[in-house]
Design a protein around this ligand. Structure first.
Ligand SMILES: Cc1cc2nc3c(=O)[nH]c(=O)nc-3n(C[C@H](O)[C@H](O)[C@H](O)COP(=O)(O)O)c2cc1C
Length: 234
């Protein structure tokens, strides 16, 4: 009887660690498998377009792992897996010139219940996030963005960078000057509309000091920073 009680208590204590939304994968890099996205929302796409506005004042809490999973999926989730290596997993929620997908998306976590603070990279193929920096750098990024305090205040923030060579290899200068930012716009608009459907807000932020931001984010040489999109209740 005592043993059964002990086992029950042990399993109960483990539940938060083992829930699918918070599955921590052991290893050097902290990885969270995100819950599957919901494909049947309750707010129409027309409503999201009619009510969407850039929001700049956020509460510091109230964003869940489910919200984060949904927003990352809307941004660049895989909707049709393919074997072509150039697509790095398959067709996505957002269109891309030549299906070359030049964007990388990071998640800056400040205050999300169940996620350790830090900088995570979105792995679309596995719909998971992998921590690449073990501290919240939102405050530093806010300073490097001409003191746009919303970056620091929001509990989470998406961060976009691009590997231009993925586009220029095929499209040359046209890829650099046009297609990368066109791709970014498609993905970021998905984020705006998905956030709105979840009754959350965001704001596209393009004004920052590139070199400082690149250093704070410890981006690989080939990646250039493009956008930040704080996410929060407002
Ligand atoms: C390329 C781009 C860069 C932007 N950068 C900033 C920014 O750095 N800070 C900010 O507060 N808003 C920024 N915005 C948001 C615009 O100010 C906003 O979209 C515009 O005022 C229209 O308002 P709405 O989005 O609510 O319709 C940016 C928008 C775009 C498209």
């Amino acid at each position: 009887m005592k043993t059964k009680l002990f086992i029950c208590l042990f399993v109960l204590a483990l539940l938060p660690v083992l829930s699918p939304a918070q599955e921590k994968v052991a290893g050097e890099q902290l990885t969270y498998k995100l819950p599957a996205p919901n494909l049947k929302g309750t707010v129409s796409v027309e409503e999201t377009m009619a009510t969407r506005r850039s929001q700049r004042k956020f509460l510091n809490d109230g964003v869940t792992i489910e919200n984060i999973s949904q927003i990352l999926w809307a941004a660049y989730g895989i909707t049709k897996p393919l074997d072509f290596p150039q697509t790095r997993g398959g067709f996505r929620t957002a269109p891309s010139a030549g299906a070359l997908y030049p964007l990388e998306i990071y998640l800056l976590v400040g205050n999300i219940n169940g996620l350790e603070p830090g900088v995570y990279k979105y792995d679309a193929k596995n719909h998971s996030i992998v921590r690449v920096i073990a501290k919240d750098v939102k405050k530093e990024l806010a300073v490097a963005s001409y003191n746009q305090k919303m970056i620091e205040a929001a509990p989470a923030c998406l961060f976009y960078s691009a590997v231009y060579s993925r586009m220029t290899k095929k499209y040359g200068e046209r890829g650099r000057e046009r297609y990368v930012c066109m791709d970014l716009g498609h993905s970021a608009q998905n984020v705006y509309l998905q956030a709105e459907a979840l009754h959350l807000g965001t704001c596209a932020i393009g004004a920052f000091v590139d070199a400082t931001v690149k250093a704070i984010m410890q981006l690989p040489e080939e990646e250039e920073p493009l956008y930040m999109m704080p996410i929060g209740k407002y």
